[in-house]
Design a protein around this ligand. Sequence first.
Ligand SMILES: Nc1ncnc2c1ncn2[C@@H]1O[C@H](COP(=O)(O)OP(=O)(O)OP(=O)(O)O)[C@@H](O)[C@H]1O
Length: 212
Amino acid sequence: MDLTVTDLACARGGVTVLERVNFRLAAGAALILRGPNGIGKTTLLRTVAGLQPAVAGDVSMAPESVAYAAHADGLKATLTVAENLAFWAAIYGTDEVSRAMERMNLAALADRQAQNLSAGQKRRLGLARLLVTGRPLWVLDEPTVSLDVASVALFGTVVREHLASGGSALMATHIDLGLAEAEVLDLTPCRARSPASAGPGTDDDPFAGVTA
Ligand SMILES: Nc1ncnc2c1ncn2[C@@H]1O[C@H](COP(=O)(O)OP(=O)(O)OP(=O)(O)O)[C@@H](O)[C@H]1O
């Protein structure tokens, strides 16, 4: 299943931050969004995931095909690792809990409450949720925050396996996941130019035009 984004404009706090965003992401492919802090990477990811409406334009894929991993891990603090994954697996109607724990190196932590995990372990659990969704498009917002080098490599392998099985991944990341095959989209030319976009990220911004 391909994702096609056409003439998309999206806003945060009522202010349009990106305009005329166009790209296509084929099944089996990954696309990395680049651009300076505040340009709108999170805003674009949220719009593609269907968490907020587009100001204009079109996203071809239905939100039901998207698994979104945000900055926050969205864990249930008093549930164990296994229970958190079982909760999501029930919602998504899959049976992938054991595999998800094994792939994200969580099996030894299966019975530990989420509130007692380290920051990196919490992030691994948040990312393991992707594996129990069964959804083809992974939308990832800085997925490597708190991960050590080994876990970044592990997650890179998990994403590569997802692509090999026909999935796709759209992500904002400043850390190299080792996805040599991933294409890169620099959002700098899509910065909204309308007067309504005055504020961070305009030409008054000292960081304007600086790419990540
Ligand atoms: N709730 C909000 N209300 C108003 N403006 C917001 C809100 N959240 C974010 N913004 C602004 O919207 C713009 C886009 O933010 P966004 O988080 O999408 O950028 P980003 O490219 O993901 O940034 P970063 O690289 O720092 O994570 C920024 O200028 C930000 O200050």
